[in-house]
Design a protein around this ligand. Structure first.
Ligand SMILES: [Zn+2]
Length: 199
């Protein structure tokens, strides 16, 4: 007997989620169609509510309910240092390490001509505006150590170079080819300590 169509549709939708393979998707779908209606309704409403309330901070590009976000408006953080990351979730990785007390800037990707990602597709212009408006003395580039991460870091170091601005990069302590999500707290801590100035 084939699975009823609504279960197949639900399984297909769940399988699109990150980290959910076809088997897990089917298991979750089968669980949901047998669960209390109120419980499923609560889950659906929670997902929708989270999606509707979360947006990107206009300043740093991080995930927030309110823009500018709490990190951007926190006076106890060092406004002179900005850590540049690829994705909003990378901020969460660095925050978990507790090793960084400056501000952040999300690029929204890495330069990758093969995938059609050009510098104009990234939030580099926004970063230049911040350099003009904020008391930034150092940029720490924290992109992955893959080919695109290297190329993007070099591009940024050249484009952002200006008098009185130090530009450094971490990533040397991170496993080669990995994104920040794979870095444990100690590794990130060490990477930040050992950041190297780019020329
Ligand atoms: Zn922000």
């Amino acid at each position: 007997m084939p699975l009823p169509e609504p279960i197949i549709t639900l399984t297909a939708a769940l399988a699109k989620l990150p980290g959910v393979g076809p088997r897990s998707a089917e298991r979750i779908a089968l669980h949901l169609v047998q669960a209390e209606t109120a419980q499923v309704k609560h889950l659906a409403e929670t997902i929708l509510m989270a999606r509707e309330r979360i947006r990107f901070c206009e300043t740093c590009g991080g995930l927030t309910e309110k823009s500018p976000c709490a990190t951007c408006t926190d006076d106890r953080r060092d406004a002179a240092i900005v850590c540049v990351v690829e994705r909003a979730v990378d901020i969460l990785s660095i925050e978990k390490s507790g090793a960084f007390r400056g501000k952040f800037h999300v690029l929204g990707g890495k330069i990758s001509p093969l995938d059609g990602v050009e510098p104009d597709d990234l939030r580099i212009g926004d970063l230049e505006k911040r350099l003009a408006a904020e008391p930034i003395k150092e940029i720490i580039i924290a992109l992955g150590t893959d080919v695109e991460g290297d190329a993007t870091s070099s591009y940024l170091a050249k484009r952002l170079a200006r008098a009185g601005l130090k530009i450094s990069r971490i990533g040397f302590g991170l496993p080669a080819g990995s994104g920040l999500e794979f870095a444990d707290e100690l590794t990130l801590d060490r990477a930040l300590e050992g950041r190297r100035e780019m020329h």
